[in-house]
Structure formats: structure tokens, C-alpha cells
Design a protein around this ligand. Structure first.
Ligand SMILES: [Zn+2]
Length: 413
């Protein structure tokens, strides 16, 4: 890659205030070499320079939760109630061959880049996202899903997961990490949670879990009743004993919550749960539009942030939310938590990097970090608004350029 220099009317470094007439110099090794006011950033004569005019340069967005392999399934599930929705998704997934999953993940990754996203945390069971991220020289974490509601399946499911991780590990490296994802408390038995958590801890593998998502999940774990209990009974699966615990309490009992854990959704939380999450060091992937679409309720985003929990924003899959749009998620998060535009841009960038343990490498435009950035066109008429407000008001169609480590991964025609 050749060194390059980008300039625009505004630059939001995230660490530090927005810079009017800002510029960014990215070295040939893909790292940020200089960032600041245009007049102070060097202009080496042999470096390609681009000025985007009325636009904002900001760090590449970080999507802390999606399912790239489900790309193309938008609008394919009719069920409204969540347990039935989950069942239909499981059936839908059996209709695709492995190569089709890879193709779907490839299209999903291209759509992420076109929307200004540079780092992706993906969960899936096909391994397609890991392969696609690696082939594209991408950035992110691919969590391999494991399912297994019957307690008698636990040893076999863990063995299968270990084998898949062993086979797919070759795709990880550079900027792509591999992790594991025991899917959710209503698809994974207590013994399997305990076994996967212990093994992933021993291997220092990151773990992601869909948790505290629906009221039905809370009822299932606390009382052993409700629609998930009925679904298990219908399949002849023995129910877990009513624990009287919340999802956070139940997962903590099974050793699942550590600094390497990413809690996806985290909607059904009481005060004690938030404190417990904060003490565990686990991070949260907040998916406001998915939570809304499934009518799960509103996550206590402001309280999570106040408790010092690392929170990033996730879109979830296009089956839940349609077209992936991280800034639409940020606008939904704003309605929930009343955050400032600057705080929202931070959650979508540095916050996501922190949640994934990648903040030393990406998430802000700082010397030495990767040159991951997005350039977004803004309308002249809106000049009196802050650059963060201009970015929040934009859509994927306004993205002019997405750079990953200084390399173009998307450029508008
Ligand atoms: Zn999900």
C-alpha cells in the first residue's frame, strides 16, 4: 500500500475534539502517522492526497454484533413471537449449503464496508464470516456458535466445537480473531455453558452470548416455564431446574461472565444485574433496533454506561432489522438514553473497540493506530450543526470512502 493523505471540512478523531479543516496522513504500513488541522499535517510530495471538501472524516465504525452468514434472509421469517421466530430461523438455516453461507457472508461484509463499518464482531455457526474476513484482510472477531439444549449432549457439543475451532483457526491471525459463542440460555444447556466457558477461558478465547434478551428467557431460567419451556418439552428435552435467578445471575453461576465475554442484547436487567456485569468486566453489544423489532423492551443503556461497562453498538442480523445501518442504531440508542451526538459517535467507534478489546489498535484516529476511517458527505446547508450531528443525520448512501488500515475497502462511484 502507498502512503496517503486525506483532508475534509471536518475530522472527528474521537480522542480529542472535532477539528475544522482536518487532515490525516496514513503511512504505507497502514498506520496513522499524523492527524490534526490541515495546516499542521505534513504533505510529503510523493504521497497521494485527497481533499473531500464538505465531508466528515471519522474513525471506521465498529459493529459489535451481526450475523454475516444470514445475509439475504431479510423478510423470510413471518413469526412475530420470539420463540417461534427462533424456530423458523433454525429451519431457514438448513436450506443453505456451506458455499452459499460463504457467498452470503461476502455480500454482508461488502454491505458493512459500504456503510462505513471497518471492524465487525460476528456470530455464526458456519465459519463463513471468519473465512470471508480473513480472505478480505478484514478486522474483527468471528465467534463460532455452539448449540445444545439437551444436557446429555454437552460433552459431544463441546468436542464438536473444539474440533471446529481447531479446523478454522488457520483463518485467524493478522486482524481477525476467533472466538466462541454458546448461543443463548434457551438453546444451550447449563452443563454445556459451563464446559464451553471453562474451555474458552483456558484457551483465552473471547466468548459472545445472546443474553437477557426477551422476557420469555427470564421466565424460562427463573421459573422453568413459558414458551421456551414448552418448546423444550415438545422436543423431549429435560428442563433446567427453576433457578430463581436472572439471566445475568444464571450465566454468572455457570462461569460465563469474564473480561473476555461479550453480552449481546442485555435488555432484561435489574440494578443488581448491572452491578454484577460491571464487576465481571464483561462488555455489552447493544442492539437497539433488533430489541425494538422483536419487542423485547428497552435496554438500560444509560445505566450500563454509568456503571462503567464497555458498551458497543450492534446491528444484529438483517433478518431482524433489514439493511444494516450502524448510524440508524446510534439514533435509536439516542432515543433510549438521551446521549449527546459526540457520545454516540464515540460508542460507535472507540466504545465498540473497547468492547472487543481492540482499542489499542482501532476505534479512534490517533498516531500509531490503524488508519481505519470513513469519509461521509454532509450537506452545506446544515453547516451550523456540529460534525457529530451531521454524521448522525447521514445514511449509508452518504459514505464516500471507507478505509481499513489505509486501504480502500469501499469507494462511492
Ligand atoms: Zn444476534
Amino acid at each position: 500500500m502507498r502512503a496517503r493523505r486525506l483532508a475534509a471540512r471536518w475530522l472527528i478523531p474521537v480522542e480529542g475534539p472535532p477539528i475544522e479543516h482536518g487532515a490525516l496522513l496514513i503511512e504505507s504500513d497502514g498506520r496513522v502517522q499524523a492527524v490534526g488541522p490541515d495546516s499542521t499535517v505534513p504533505r510529503p510530495s510523493d504521497v497521494v492526497a485527497e481533499d473531500f471538501g464538505d465531508a466528515v472524516i471519522l474513525p471506521g465504525l465498529i459493529n459489535t454484533h451481526t450475523h454475516l452468514e444470514l445475509t439475504g434472509f431479510e423478510g423470510r421469517i413471518r413469526a412475530r413471537e420470539f420463540p417461534a421466530w427462533i424456530r423458523q430461523l433454525r429451519e431457514l438455516k438448513t436450506t443453505r449449503a456451506p458455499a452459499e453461507y460463504v457467498e452470503a457472508a461476502r455480500r454482508g461484509l461488502a454491505a458493512c464496508y459500504a456503510g462505513g463499518v471497518t471492524t465487525i464482531a460476528d456470530t455464526g455457526d458456519s465459519g463463513a464470516a471468519l473465512q470471508v474476513l480473513a480472505e478480505a484482510g478484514g478486522s474483527g472477531v468471528a465467534y463460532l456458535e455452539v448449540f445444545g439444549p439437551h444436557p446429555a449432549q454437552a460433552a459431544e457439543s463441546l468436542a464438536g466445537l473444539r474440533e471446529r475451532v481447531k479446523c478454522l483457526r488457520g483463518w485467524s491471525g493478522n486482524r481477525v480473531g476467533i472466538g466462541v459463542s454458546p448461543h443463548a440460555p434457551y438453546t444451550v444447556s447449563g452443563p454445556l455453558f459451563r464446559a464451553v466457558a471453562a474451555w474458552s477461558r483456558a484457551e483465552s478465547l473471547p466468548l459472545a452470548v445472546h443474553m437477557a434478551e426477551s422476557p420469555a428467557e427470564t421466565e424460562f431460567l427463573a421459573n422453568g416455564s413459558g414458551p421456551f419451556a414448552e418448546a423444550w418439552e415438545a422436543r423431549g428435552i429435560p428442563l433446567p431446574r427453576p433457578s430463581g435467578l436472572s439471566p445475568v445471575g444464571w450465566l454468572a453461576e455457570h462461569g460465563v461472565l469474564t473480561e473476555l465475554t461479550l453480552c449481546i442484547h442485555a435488555v432484561q436487567l435489574g440494578r443488581a444485574d448491572i452491578d454484577r456485569l460491571a464487576d465481571s468486566g464483561a462488555a455489552v453489544a447493544h442492539c437497539p433496533r433488533s430489541n425494538q423489532a422483536h419487542r423485547h423492551g428497552a435496554a438500560p443503556l444509560a445505566a450500563l454506561l454509568q456503571a462503567g461497562i464497555r458498551v458497543g453498538i450492534g446491528t444484529d442480523s438483517e433478518v431482524s432489522v433489514g439493511r444494516l445501518d450502524l448510524l440508524a442504531e446510534a439514533r435509536a440508542a439516542r432515543r433510549l438514553a438521551g446521549l449527546t451526538a459526540d457520545a454516540l459517535i464515540e460508542i460507535c467507534t472507540l466504545g465498540g473497540a473497547r468492547a472487543l478489546g481492540l482499542a489499542s489498535a482501532t476505534g479512534s484516529l490517533r498516531i500509531g493506530k490503524w488508519g481505519d476511517c470513513v469519509v461521509i458527505a454532509v450537506k452545506k446547508a446544515a453547516e451550523r450543526r456540529s460534525p457529530a450531528e451531521l454524521v448522525l443525520a447521514s445514511s449509508p448512501a452518504d459514505v464516500l470512502l471507507t478505509c481499513l488500515g489505509g486501504r480502500d475497502v469501499y469507494r462511492a462511484l
